[in-house]
Design a protein around this ligand. Structure first.
Ligand code: ASP
Ligand code: MG
Length: 424
């Protein structure tokens, strides 16, 4: 059994959906679960709808209409006419949104967010499933909320692995007996009270890993608009090469440090069951892409660069110039944990603790204010963090030449540098 994942870019318009259908038509003999994201930038658009509803903005209707028109255009492009039942199903998704926004906002923001934003995935999978049927590719649409069960931490729901595994093993083989192809949603799950949750932005890769793990898939494939995993983001570097093979260990490290090609939570469940993950291009589906599995080493073994822009470096010291020791450290960590701020790099000296984090405009001012109750805090903005896995000393020397490195840290396989953003 295979698990495929198609992200928003792969289904962003009618042509893209046709391309996905074309890829799937090559796998008619295989049992597959296909996980699909919301179309194009729909999740962002539904976030705007949610914010407009909460803030009672006069633009609410305009934002909803944008999402409606975008999906109608795709339906037209796929040759559906108004009498096709899919139109009715799409309307139902918008009715669900309208039910939420008809009332005064009475529940917490994260709950409302999940009930509205999740419709992006419902819409995309309904449309794609209907299109596949229309061109005679037999498939079953599955409501993922019937199998992926979570707690009720809205917007960052935690998976109930035991229950999810049990439900998947009960339901999926029966559905596969009806048709080889199952179409379902990424990113969303359901609670025991039948509310919808989301797993965190870009969480569809993780959804696919959950299916792969619970059903012992023989392979998981993430179809992307790049040829595979590259040694650096072409946005920041003109010297990128495609990696052919990556060890699970390297993949975990690369995604942990911020490589955005795969969601960081994806690899561990696959590694636990030794399920290979392949990153392939939906633009050239005959190519092999990149394979992530239990390799002893990554191939070719070249330095891999991860660039994190928009960093801030906080230097925290005690008011009385006493040492930063265990007790003050534990208070500092608590301040970070309370606001859910992820530490990208840290360095401790006798009197200062330096931390590099994403400069989140909502969390960081609050974090600084909280820390200032007990410590002196200085900060440096407009920085970038470069992480190099499998670095050569010469790679670092080159970067150090710019002269402006604020922090440098090296371990055996990984080097990290904090630099001003304008430096290349
Ligand atoms: N549609 C969701 C997002 O854009 C989930 C995903 O694409 O993985 O965050
Ligand atoms: Mg997306």
């Amino acid at each position: 059994m295979l698990v495929f994942k198609f992200g928003g870019a792969s289904v962003k318009d009618a042509e893209a959906v046709k391309n996905v259908a074309n890829i799937l038509s090559n796998y008619k003999e295989d049992k597959i679960v296909v996980i699909i994201s919301a179309m194009g930038k729909t999740t962002n658009a539904l976030e705007l709808v949610t914010e407009a509803y909460i803030s009672k903005s006069p633009d609410l209707e305009k934002y909803i209409n944008e999402v409606k028109n975008y999906h109608s255009e795709i339906l037209n492009g796929l040759g559906f006419t108004i009498s096709d039942p899919i139109h009715h199903e799409v309307e139902n998704s918008f009715i669900e949104i309208e039910w939420v926004i008809e009332e005064e906002p009475s529940r917490e923001y994260n709950f409302i967010y999940d009930q509205i934003v999740s419709q992006g995935e419902v819409l995309s999978t309904k449309i794609i499933s209907a299109y596949l049927k229309k061109i005679n590719i037999n498939n079953t649409w599955l409501d993922v909320r019937d199998v992926i069960q979570t707690d009720n931490s809205y917007r960052e729901a935690k998976i109930n692995w035991d229950l999810t595994e049990q439900l998947m093993r009960e339901k999926i083989p029966a559905l596969h007996n009806k048709s080889n192809l199952i179409i379902t949603q990424g990113f969303i799950g359901g609670t025991s009270e039948n509310f919808t949750t989301t797993l965190g932005r870009e969480g569809s890769d993780f959804s696919a890993a959950i299916f792969s793990y619970c059903l012992n898939a023989s392979e998981m494939v993430v179809w992307k608009d790049v040829p595979g995993v590259l040694s650096a983001d072409p946005k920041y570097s003109d010297q990128t090469i495609k990696l052919d093979e990556i060890s699970y260990h390297d993949a975990i490290e690369l995604t942990y440090y911020g490589a955005t090609v795969i969601h960081p939570k994806t690899i561990k469940p696959l590694e636990n069951k030794n399920i290979p993950l392949r990153v392939r291009s939906f633009k050239s589906p005959a190519d092999k892409g990149t394979s992530i599995a239990s390799y002893a080493s990554t191939k070719p073994l070249v330095p891999c660069f991860i660039f994190k822009p928009n960093q801030i470096l906080l230097s925290i010291s005690s008011r009385d110039f006493s040492f930063i020791a265990e007790e003050s450290l534990s208070n500092i960590y608590r301040s970070f944990a309370e606001l859910n701020v992820k530490i990208n790099l840290m360095q401790n000296s006798a009197i200062t603790f330096s931390v590099c984090v994403d400069n989140d405009p909502f969390k960081i001012p609050q974090l600084i204010e909280n820390l200032k109750k007990e410590f002196n805090v200085l900060y440096n903005e407009h920085l970038k963090l470069i992480t190099i896995r499998h670095y050569y000393p010469s790679t670092i020397d080159e970067l150090l030449k710019s002269g402006a490195v604020l922090i440098e840290q090296r371990s055996r396989h990984t080097a990290q540098l904090v630099l001003p953003e304008q430096n290349k």
